[in-house]
Design a protein around this ligand. Structure first.
Ligand SMILES: NC(=O)c1ccc[n+]([C@@H]2O[C@H](COP(=O)([O-])OP(=O)(O)OC[C@H]3O[C@@H](n4cnc5c(N)ncnc54)[C@H](O)[C@@H]3O)[C@@H](O)[C@H]2O)c1
Length: 257
């Protein structure tokens, strides 16, 4: 029970890595605020946590909208009075080159992926200061190594790594830790959307595992367990880190056969 009685807010927890993380946090004793723009997904995650015997609150949230994030803060405090962990995980991926990306798509991707992290940090920091809490941001190996057909997405993930370090530097003296997670390919709807955007989706799906030294893509809970570690006292001297969980994606291209 590494997170017993902690209150954790997880954005994008209505599916994929966010849902798996919410379940891992609940298993470790946290009360989880499940924030997602997809109300049905958020409610399903909260239901699964309750079924485990845990405590959860689903809050419909658009992380790109300041009023919506302020409402998330109020709903969290109303339910649990305090907050110890904010895991900014929500993101979207536009699977296009710069030339093919519309101005609206670019602005929305920036607003959700980077703006959402800015807004959650801005509005939760006064409350995290009281608990000497922590922030975990979701970046990606694409913040270091870019891939074809996701230019804007890679730009947002690079920005998130820099924003994480800036937050860590500014708020470390207040006892607030800020780290980010950089996964390789993880088996979720977001990755499947990227495969579908490739010229040969079936070939892209089949080849994805071999981009990783372990010759497979990751499972959402393999990222969730890292998030638990970063949220816990076991990571008490970690801040400003971009922690890679990528099955060896960043170690170089493994042999393809
Ligand atoms: N799947 C991968 O291969 C992979 C790799 C590296 C990083 N990531 C990152 O992991 C995070 C989670 O992605 P995932 O793979 O679980 O995908 P996913 O699509 O299953 O989950 C993303 C969630 O974010 C929610 N969301 C989207 N826009 C939102 C908004 N404006 N406000 C609130 N919620 C919003 C969606 O409804 C969804 O539930 C993302 O930051 C993604 O970039 C994923």
């Amino acid at each position: 029970m590494k997170l017993k009685d902690r209150v954790a807010v997880i954005t994008g927890a209505g599916s994929g890595i966010g849902r798996a993380s919410a379940l891992e946090f609940a298993r470790e004793g946290a009360r989880v605020v499940v924030a997602d723009i997809n109300t049905a997904g958020a409610e399903e995650t909260a239901k699964q946590i309750t079924a485990l015997g845990g405590h959860a609150l689903a809050v419909t949230t658009d992380v790109a909208d300041p009023a919506s994030v302020e409402h998330l803060v109020q709903a969290t405090l109303q339910a649990y009075a305090q907050v110890h962990v904010v895991f900014s995980n929500a993101a979207i991926q536009v699977s296009k080159t710069v030339e093919d990306t519309t101005v609206e798509e670019w602005n929305r991707e920036m607003a959700v992926n980077v703006g959402g992290i800015f807004l959650c940090a801005k509005f939760f920091l006064p409350h995290l200061r009281r608990t000497k809490g922590c922030i975990i941001n979701m970046a990606s190996v694409n913040g270091f190594f870019v891939e074809p057909l996701c230019a804007g997405y890679c730009a947002t993930k690079g920005a998130i790594i820099a924003l994480t370090k800036a937050l860590a530097i500014d708020h470390g003296k207040e006892g607030i830790r800020v780290n980010c997670i950089c996964p390789g390919y993880i088996d979720t709807g977001l990755a499947w959307g990227y495969f579908e955007a490739q010229p040969d989706p079936a070939a892209a799906r089949a080849a994805a595992g071999k981009l990783h030294a372990l010759w497979r893509i990751g499972k959402p809970e393999e990222v969730g367990r890292l998030a638990v570690f970063l949220a816990s006292d076991d990571a008490s001297f970690m801040t400003g880190s971009a922690v890679v969980v990528d099955g060896g994606f960043g170690s170089g291209l493994p042999p393809q056969s």
